[in-house]
Structures are given as structure tokens and as C-alpha cells.
Design a protein around this ligand. Sequence first.
Ligand SMILES: C[S@@+](CC[C@H](N)C(=O)[O-])C[C@H]1O[C@@H](n2cnc3c(N)ncnc32)[C@H](O)[C@@H]1O
Length: 288
Amino acid sequence: MSQPPTTQSDLPQAAIRRSQHPLLSVVLAQFLGALVASGLVLVLMPILAAGFRFNLLSFALLQGSSAVVAAWGMRAPVWWLPIHLGFLPLVVLARGMGLPSWLWASGFLLLLLVFWRTDTSQVPLYLSNRKTRKALALLLPATPCRVIDLGCGDGALLRHLAGARPDCHFVGIEHAPLTWAWAWLAARGHGNLRIHRGDFWNHSLSPYDLAYAFLSPVPMARIWAKACAEMAPGARFVSNSFVVPEQAAQSVVEVGDSRRTRLYIYVPQCSGKSALANGASPGAETQD
Ligand SMILES: C[S@@+](CC[C@H](N)C(=O)[O-])C[C@H]1O[C@@H](n2cnc3c(N)ncnc32)[C@H](O)[C@@H]1O
């Protein structure tokens, strides 16, 4: 399996622009697919053998194939192509199964509550594994410290750290409602762990000695600007897997797991502390 791109500069500029409006290009590819498929049906009908009729599934397959071509033409990431191909055919097949509509609505709701605004954040849910948790525990300052996980997911990483370091205080911010609820409930046994629901862009990083992020290539430049603007001198920013574009890491830890995780350790020190990329006031705190 290929490694994900680790820097924003690894991505072509068109991909970066598209990544800011990912849903638009998906809808556009599907729409173009439907347009081309309708055109093809109109053109092919008189040519094909008499008696041949397009059913809904064959139209859906034609639409899916055309959507793939459109998406490929728009330089969509390659993993989108099978999704474009299968989307409408699967909808048609699923419709034929006669399942109750509440089941589809519940599935959608569940996905929404877990993945929330992945379309805008461009940061899906995947979790730091056990080896990474242990490696991160070794990176904590030897003295009592304050640590934040930006987008804490189910909070398992922070629970491990909170258990390992009772002298430190840990904070997790998560915006996906169901994931946050899970993390919040599971944190109740840990006096040194707080889980907040909210957007980490609105949460000041100034109190923390270490900020941990396992995000995606998309927000790395922005999170770096935020860390630079807000974190105290000597504080560290640790990124799992994704590098900060055009910044040299102070050091890199090879976790030694099967996915060859790397922890990139930075000391945010930018010239001009005013480089606040998010417009949030440094004192702003997320509510739980
Ligand atoms: C890749 S997961 C990492 C989870 C956890 N930090 C870990 O390492 O196991 C990223 C998480 O960040 C959350 N997230 C993304 N953008 C966010 C934002 N702006 N504010 C709060 N949470 C966010 C996502 O919902 C997701 O749960």
C-alpha cells in the first residue's frame, strides 16, 4: 500500500485548491456522469438492436463509468474513482433490497456523528496505535506538564498518557459528537484528563508544553502558524505522520510499528508571533 503524501508541497497545487472544496468536485463529477450517460442513452437507443431497453442498473453503470472519467479529468485522488463508479449502481441495487428507509437514515446519522465535518476539515478519524502512544509517553517532559491532543478522537491516546503520567494534565478537543461523547465518558475515571467538545482552531495552545496532532497533510501549514503564534518558547509540537511544509523537524521518532509511523517533533518559533492563521483570539477557550 502506498504511503499517504506527507507534505502539502507533495500535492499538486490543483489538488490543494480542490481539497478546499472537495464536495463540490465530487458532486460535479457525479452530475457530469449523469449528463454524459443521458446523452449516450439518447444516442445509443436508435443504434442498438430493436427491443433493447436500458434499465435503471445499466443506466447507473453508464453514469458511474462516465463519472469516473469526469473525476479523473478533474484529477481527483485515485481512491475516489471506485467510489464514483459504484455510487449510483449501489444505490440502485440497495433500493431493490427493500430495506426500511429508517435504516439508511440511521446509517447516515451514525456516519455523520462519527466523521462530522470531514468534508471541510479534511481530517478523517483514524487512531494512534499502542506503539505510538508508548512512544509519545516517552516524549513528555520529565517534569509536570500540560499536553493537548488536537482532535482527540476516542481519547484512547490521552487515557494512556494520563495513566502513565499522573503528574501531568491532559486536554483533548474533539468536534465529532459521538467520538467526543465516547472520549468524554471514558475519561471520567481520570482526574488529570479533560475532554472538550469543539473546534481546536478556537482553542488557545498557549498553556501547553506539548501539542500532539494526528491530522492530514491539509491543515499542517495552518496548525503550524497557530502553534507558532500561541505556544510558549520551548514548547513542542508533535505531529504523527504529517510534516509541516517547509519546516525542519527538530527530531523524528520512528515508532517501529507495521505502518512505519513517524513522530515529527517541532519547536514552534516563528518570526513575528502575530502570524495567527485562524483569526481566533489567543485567549479563546473551547467550551465543553
Ligand atoms: C486522525 S484522528 C486522530 C485521533 C487521535 N488524536 C489519535 O491520535 O488517536 C483526527 C481527529 O480529529 C478530529 N478533528 C478534525 N478537525 C477537528 C477540529 N477542527 N476540531 C476538533 N476536532 C477535529 C476528527 O474528528 C478526528 O477524530
